[in-house]
Design a protein around this ligand. Structure first.
Ligand code: ZN
Length: 510
């Protein structure tokens, strides 16, 4: 019986009541900040993805390339000045144009840029943007973001429909919505609740466009993706991101799929659809989603590789002008230094501890070192030859090291807040400190709330801007003294967190 039905189909041909197959594929990657490969060239590499895309195109099957957010920031490139302007994602737009991406939506990090910078990036892009829930604040009220060349403006659509045909000319209308997480407040944009927005525009796609299959680009955290799938069960597939780790699951009949950040992996979604002859009957849809790891086994597409090379050169020139020697090997190690966000935001790692130690050593008087894990942006594990450029990739924001003399009571509050911030950039990495059972120790000695201690940290931590640490500011009565690196001393390792780490790595060498 199991084999009888397919055999009958072979004899009788196309089952009555349905169209011939209409097939298409979607290549998805998400959360990309690097123009080149990672792990010493072994993993990732946008140029390899571009080559893979071209190979897929050769089969003749329709293919769409989508990117559901987070690509303009953060990056080591964003502190680079080129042609008198900060780069701020320009390298990524050039890269994505070369890769021939078709459709994107906003991630939260797009709003790290100033409004004028984001507008410039949008105008440079050669791909389409959709957003069902993000609007620009203007003096005239909220309006969609738009791409403009000064003469003509194209507002971003809240939803869009693509038409796919088979050889018989039968057409399938595939609708897309795009949503972004709303748990943050950019100065110049308003983000509306994602589920309601998706629901509204899925209805638009059905009624206005007669879309027969509807998919979402989402930049949400996984709990929110589940909420979206439950609220809008008409979505066949939610192509997401934000967590930086590959993940897939089914919620009802909706698949959620996220690839690893920086194209360590990508998703290839394949659809095969038969349309019913009577318009209101359900269609038959077979869908499969395959995660593909990107490695040095794949060739590179030359135009995309050239963009990577060009911007690395620009970055190196700029860093040289700032006093760095990007290609200089400063440390050799067989041990993998753990800089993946999933690690540094959740547990003490060897790399986090080394950076904290570097800050401590920038001030000989300091008894401990402390940093917010969110300042570590490399999202990579590195080993072998560590260069100054690696340090720049690890700590792209820069900033100074400061030494704070503070009470044991305040220090313990800070350390507890760090634990509370687990999973976010406010999780703290440290050196010279440890926790045993419920007690905290500094230099092996139990912290006394009444006593005062010296701790080196990034100047960012002392702004009170970190989550659950608003009180960590100069002027707090529990802070007795703050020591900044002497501005006239251009050899002080604390003048820039990167110099502190470079000095520390160099001192490790025999
Ligand atoms: Zn994100």
């Amino acid at each position: 019986m199991k084999y009888l039905i397919p055999i009958l189909f072979l004899i009788l041909g196309n089952p009555s009541g349905f169209s011939q197959k209409i097939t298409f594929r979607i290549l998805q990657f998400n959360d990309i900040y690097e123009t080149g490969p990672l792990s010493g060239g072994k993993e990732g590499g946008p140029a390899r993805v571009a080559a893979y895309r071209q190979k897929l195109l050769k089969s003749g099957k329709p293919l769409f390339t989508v990117l559901p957010g987070d690509f303009l920031s953060p990056s080591v490139m964003n502190s680079v000045v080129y042609q008198d302007q900060k780069v701020k994602g320009r390298q990524m737009i050039e890269l994505l144009n070369a890769m021939q991406v078709d459709l994107v939506t906003f991630g939260n990090h797009e709003f790290d840029l100033k409004e004028t910078e984001l507008q410039a990036r949008i105008n440079e892009s050669q791909f389409a943007w959709i957003s069902s829930n993000v609007y620009q604040k203007t003096p005239q009220g909220l309006k969609p973001f738009e791409k403009t060349d000064g003469l003509k403006s194209d507002p971003f659509l809240p939803c869009t429909t693509l038409v796919v045909k088979n050889k018989k000319g039968q057409e399938l209308k595939v609708g897309f919505v795009g949503v972004t997480l709303s748990g943050f407040k950019p100065a110049y944009a308003e983000i509306k609740p994602f589920a309601e927005a998706a629901k509204t525009f899925v209805d638009t796609l059905k009624l206005r466009d007669q879309a027969q299959l509807i998919l979402a680009l989402s930049h949400l955290n996984i709990e929110e993706d589940r909420e979206l799938a439950k609220a809008v069960p008409a979505l066949k597939l939610i192509m997401g991101g934000h967590e930086h780790q590959a993940h897939t699951e089914m919620v009802g009949k909706t698949r959620i799929a996220k690839a690893d950040a920086n194209v360590r992996s990508i998703y290839l979604h394949s659809f095969s659809v038969r349309l019913p002859k009577t318009p209101d009957a359900p269609l038959k849809c077979k869908a499969s989603s395959k995660l593909k790891y990107i490695s040095d086994k794949l060739p590179e597409e030359p135009k995309t590789a050239a963009v990577d090379k060009k911007w690395k050169q620009i970055a190196f020139d700029s860093f040289r002008a700032q006093g760095f020697e990007p290609e200089k090997v400063i440390y050799k190690t067989e041990t993998s230094l753990e800089g993946l966000e999933a690690s540094v935001r959740n547990k003490p790692t060897n790399l986090g501890g080394m950076i904290a130690k570097a800050y401590q050593q920038a001030f000989p008087e300091a008894q401990a070192g402390l940093l917010n894990s969110g300042s570590i942006r490399i999202d990579d594990n590195i080993s072998g030859d560590i260069t100054e450029y690696d340090v720049l990739r690890i700590l792209p924001f820069g900033g100074k090291v400061v030494m704070v003399e503070l009470s044991g009571a305040l220090l313990m509050d800070i350390l507890k807040a760090g634990l509370l911030n687990q999973g976010s950039g406010g999780y703290l990495q440290y050196a010279g400190l440890k926790q045993e059972d419920q007690d905290w120790y500094i230099q092996q000695e139990k912290i006394n709330p009444e006593k005062y201690y010296t701790v080196a940290m990034t100047d960012f931590l002392l702004t009170g801007q970190e989550k659950n640490l608003v009180y960590l500011k100069e002027g707090n009565p529990q802070i007795r003294r703050v020591v900044f690196p002497d501005p006239s001393d251009n050899t002080h390792p604390g003048r820039d967190v990167r110099f502190a780490v470079i000095r520390y790595f160099q001192d490790l060498n025999p």
